[in-house]
Design a protein around this ligand. Structure first.
Ligand SMILES: O=C(CO)[C@H](O)[C@H](O)COP(=O)(O)O
Length: 228
């Protein structure tokens, strides 16, 4: 079992006027990585930020925090090189946004980043599966992408369970409505990379929330390895 539990706060839910400080605060509170949501107002009905912001953030927080870029954009091919140059570590694009996932995967690798592949709630996991051998991480969205603070879609969990059964070493991320109330379902299904926005950033005690999320996932991983 090659994967481990990792918690990545979605900084979309932070005080955006203090983004550098918020990123540092999350890392100090035990985050394993930072999940950065890039939205273009076209693939999703919301706009956030692009590579100039990522470059500034990288300068502000230094070389260590792992930047997991969730590219909710219509033309993901366009931003691979700029994001790599800005200091991104992983480039997660949406399967629905490209007609040529194979060449995009190759380009991301050549640019030195890890590859993540995301699917919206309406996309089947079988469509993702054909690329699973070529990617570092699969992201199963548990809300319709576009906004933080939405309700967790429990009915996405069979996708996670199926992926885990088929790809025992793959990093599987869940994103949307994940927090103390929903983490058990994600962990049981086999997710190991946990994005949490409002539940972590909206808490008065993010350190405790991050630790709780991580403990639940670690316990599920241990249980799965004992059951094998
Ligand atoms: O990708 C996203 C929205 O498209 C966000 O990462 C996600 O919604 C996290 O926020 P929350 O935990 O509050 O749901």
């Amino acid at each position: 079992m090659a994967y481990t539990a990792k918690i990545g706060p979605s900084i979309l839910s932070s005080d955006l006027s203090q983004l550098g400080r918020e990123c540092e605060r999350m890392m100090e509170c035990g985050a394993d990585y930072l999940h950065l949501d890039v939205m273009d107002g076209h693939f999703v009905p919301n706009i956030t930020f692009g590579h100039p912001m990522v470059e500034c953030l990288r300068k502000a927080v230094g070389p260590n925090p792992f930047f997991d870029m969730h590219m909710m954009v219509s033309r993901p091919e366009q931003w691979v090189r700029p994001m790599a140059a800005a200091g991104a570590n992983q480039y997660t694009f949406h399967l629905e946004a490209t007609t040529n996932p194979g060449s995009l995967i190759k380009e991301i690798r050549e640019s030195g980043m890890k590859v993540g592949l995301a699917i919206k709630p309406g996309t089947t996991v079988e469509e993702l599966a054909q690329w699973a051998g070529q990617i570092d991480m699969a992201l199963v969205m548990t809300v319709e992408p576009g906004f933080g603070g939405q309700k967790f879609m429990e009915d996405m969990m069979p996708k996670v369970s199926w992926l885990r059964s088929q790809f025992p070493s793959l990093d599987i991320e869940v994103d949307g409505g994940v927090g103390p109330d929903t983490i058990h379902r994600c962990a049981e299904a086999g997710a190991n990379m946990i994005v949490s926005g409002s539940a972590v950033l909206g808490s008065a005690d993010p350190r405790t929330v991050i630790a709780l999320l991580k403990d639940v996932v670690l316990e599920a991983i241990q249980k799965r390895s004992l059951d094998r």
